[in-house]
Design a protein around this ligand. Structure first.
Ligand SMILES: Cc1ncc(COP(=O)(O)O)c(C=O)c1O
Length: 400
């Protein structure tokens, strides 16, 4: 926003329909503002998974051994249509972390190679990177991108400067975890291609939160969760790999079909419950009945409003511009300074949960305590107003 433009505070959107919370099993006594951590699955989608389970348990060999491959292929096709990919360019994995591990453990990394990411990386991915660097003698580099972020250029320029001729791979978040920023991944991927650097996009939060077309982004690898914003059962995620690299990438669990190709290897990751994966098309269809566009728009508008309202109430600066341009369905803000009287972010979270019946994550990000409310169609504007009051009450009582 330029200084000539007048900032107009947004208004919260109207709920898409009344009583949406009852479509989930969520406890109505708690304001659940943490869809982002593990997602939450609607009752009907869990019912669909139960039906899958019953079919499997009725005929375990027929379903897993003889029909499993074809059923997974149909489910991959439905996911592919949702995320802009061919079904066979993606493979189901249990979570985004698994997908990222599969890539980093498969590719050839040599001593002295640079493994690049930013200080917004998800901590589990950071640990994976550190482990791989330790095993291979590569150098792990975490580029600092300070908050608040003012523009896409800030991110692009920092990454452009950090890439060297030793950079082996960049891992970049599509939507960052603690800081809830949408990074301009298409531009970052183009930059990597120009520099001959492989790029793995951590899209843990992207499917179902924002419009996603992986073929248009065209990274080398894209790992994402379906149990977060697609609301599929837990254990549903995928890894997308560009066709030229598929033969190099192996699942974390090597089994019968080693070196028989990407689809074959990932299709059989040893005996496991595949019903979360098979239920993904049920989740996509169920929420399509409400309307994916409506859902994303509602959640984004609620997040943009909540960001402005909370920034004003707490007199803090959110991680992204107030116009919502780098925001999806989550927002991230520093807590007022005296929140630190609670010593541990988890203790503050616990007070919010126990004393105020609000579930919301708080993390120590580079010394700043960031709170990250999520917005989903079952949430109401009044829950964020309760959060604003509760944080102020807790901070005031800390001072006493
Ligand atoms: C950006 C990001 N990457 C990876 C993950 C890990 O997700 P999972 O535990 O499902 O692998 C998360 C979880 O919140 C995340 O926010």
């Amino acid at each position: 926003m330029t200084c000539q433009e007048v900032y107009v505070a947004p208004k919260p959107p109207s709920p898409i329909a009344e009583g949406l919370l009852s479509l989930w099993h969520l406890d109505p006594n708690v304001a659940f503002l943490n869809h982002g951590s593990f997602g939450a699955t609607p009752r009907k989608v869990l019912d669909a998974q139960t039906k899958w389970r019953e079919r499997f348990e009725a005929q375990p060999i027929e379903m897993l051994d003889r029909q499993g491959g074809e059923l997974l292929s149909q489910a991959r096709k439905a996911v592919g249509e949702f995320v802009g990919s061919r079904g066979d360019d993606l493979a189901f994995v249990a979570n985004a972390t698994c997908g990222i591990n599969a890539v980093l453990r498969s590719i050839d990394i040599r001593p002295g190679d640079e493994l690049l990411t930013t200080n917004h990386v998800y901590n589990g991915v950071r640990q994976t990177f550190r482990y791989i660097a330790g095993c291979t003698g590569a150098k792990y580099i975490e580029l600092e991108i300070p908050i608040p972020i003012h523009s896409e250029e800030q991110v692009i320029n920092a990454i452009a400067e950090a890439i060297t001729d030793r950079t082996r791979i960049l891992v970049i978040d599509h939507i960052t975890s603690d800081t809830a920023i949408i990074f301009p991944v298409k531009r970052i991927v183009d930059l990597c291609h120009k520099n001959n650097v492989e790029v793995l996009v951590d899209g843990a939060h992207a499917p179902g939160m924002i419009d996603l077309n992986i073929s248009e982004i065209a990274p080398t690898y894209y790992a994402a969760n379906l149990h977060k914003w697609v609301c599929a059962p837990k254990g549903a995620a995928f890894l997308w790999v560009t066709p030229e690299h598929q033969n190099q990438i192996h699942p974390n669990t090597i089994s019968h079909f080693l070196n028989e190709g990407f689809v074959e290897e990932f299709k059989w990751q040893a005996t496991r419950d595949i019903t979360a994966w098979l239920s993904v098309p049920n989740a996509i269809e169920y929420l399509a009945d409400i309307g994916w566009h409506k859902i994303k728009q509602h959640n984004h508008q609620l997040a943009t409003w909540a960001q402005a309202m909370l920034s004003e109430r707490w007199d803090v600066t959110a991680t992204t511009p107030l116009d919502g341009s780098m925001l999806g369905s989550m927002t991230s803000l520093p807590l007022p300074a005296n929140a630190k009287a609670y010593k541990e972010p988890r203790l503050f979270m616990r007070h919010l949960y126990v004393d105020h019946k609000i579930e919301v994550p708080i993390n120590d990000w580079q010394g700043q305590w960031l709170i990250r409310p999520s917005c989903q169609i079952y949430n109401l504007a009044s829950e964020y107003e309760r959060l604003a009051d509760a944080v102020i009450t807790l901070c005031e009582s800390a001072g006493r």
